[in-house]
Write a protein that binds this ligand. Structure first.
Ligand SMILES: C[S@@+](CC[C@H](N)C(=O)[O-])C[C@H]1O[C@@H](n2cnc3c(N)ncnc32)[C@H](O)[C@@H]1O
Length: 216
């Protein structure tokens, strides 16, 4: 059923309507794995923020840590807000499903943006991420994992977030490792945190830090 829905159009329209409210929600939170991502990156390195939203708090944090930041988001309204919030970073309106960079970035960061992709799109974007990273580059990924084991993550993937209907799917640790392991991406660390917010309800967040290894 979901295969027949154009989830990119569905989600772009939904996030366009959410943008101003998201800017006021103060939702994103820093964690120890994000600090570690920054600590390992080279000084003045380049960071690509996938689904950068309003630029807060993450693009701003990367700028403060001295990195060069490119944020991409497929919602024009998000890009407008992000440019206002973090004028020192660059932001471009584009879908991560169209990434075409080769060996360009020291770090790639995705916080709650790839869970909006279905598995075929996720696999394709993962290949684009690996290609866009320099050797030894880092990839940070945060998304939700299923709240219960044994439940098909595709159930309820068309859902309401901030009162808008969109596609959003939980991914298991095993699914993520099976996607990235064949792409020269070595898992360095996992961090988990459970949260409850008014906007998103109960979430079981799993964060991954991967490193791209050169082909021997
Ligand atoms: C839950 S928000 C997360 C924003 C920010 N990364 C954070 O953690 O606060 C998801 C963001 O991803 C963007 N997004 C979703 N799918 C995308 C896609 N295919 N390409 C680019 N941006 C996308 C949305 O427009 C939205 O700004």
């Amino acid at each position: 059923m979901n295969e027949r829905i154009d989830i990119i159009t569905l989600n772009r329209n939904a996030w366009n309507r959410v943008a101003e409210r998201y800017d006021k929600s103060n939702y994103g939170k820093l964690n120890d794995l994000i600090v570690k991502f920054c600590d390992i990156l080279p000084k003045n390195g380049s960071v690509l923020d996938l689904g950068s939203g309003t630029g807060l708090p993450f693009a701003k944090f990367f700028i403060e840590r001295g990195f060069r930041v490119l944020g991409i988001d497929f919602v024009r309204e998000m890009i407008r807000i992000a440019k206002r919030n973090v004028p020192q970073a660059k932001f471009e309106e584009m879908s991560m499903t169209k990434l075409e960079f080769d060996n360009m970035f020291d770090g790639i960061f995705s916080s709650y943006s790839m869970l909006l992709l279905n598995p075929p799109l996720f696999n394709d974007v993962a290949r684009r991420i690996s290609r866009a990273l320099k050797n030894s580059g880092l990839f940070y990924l945060a998304l939700n994992e299923p709240k219960e084991l044994g439940v098909d993550p595709e159930n309820d993937s068309i859902t309401k977030i901030m009162n808008e209907t969109m596609y959003s799917r939980a991914y298991t640790e095993q699914e993520i490792c099976e996607i990235f392991n064949p792409l020269q991406m070595e898992l360095l660390e996992i961090y988990r945190v459970n949260t409850h917010t008014e906007e998103f309800g109960e979430e079981h967040t799993i964060c991954f830090l991967f490193k791209k290894n050169a082909i021997m």
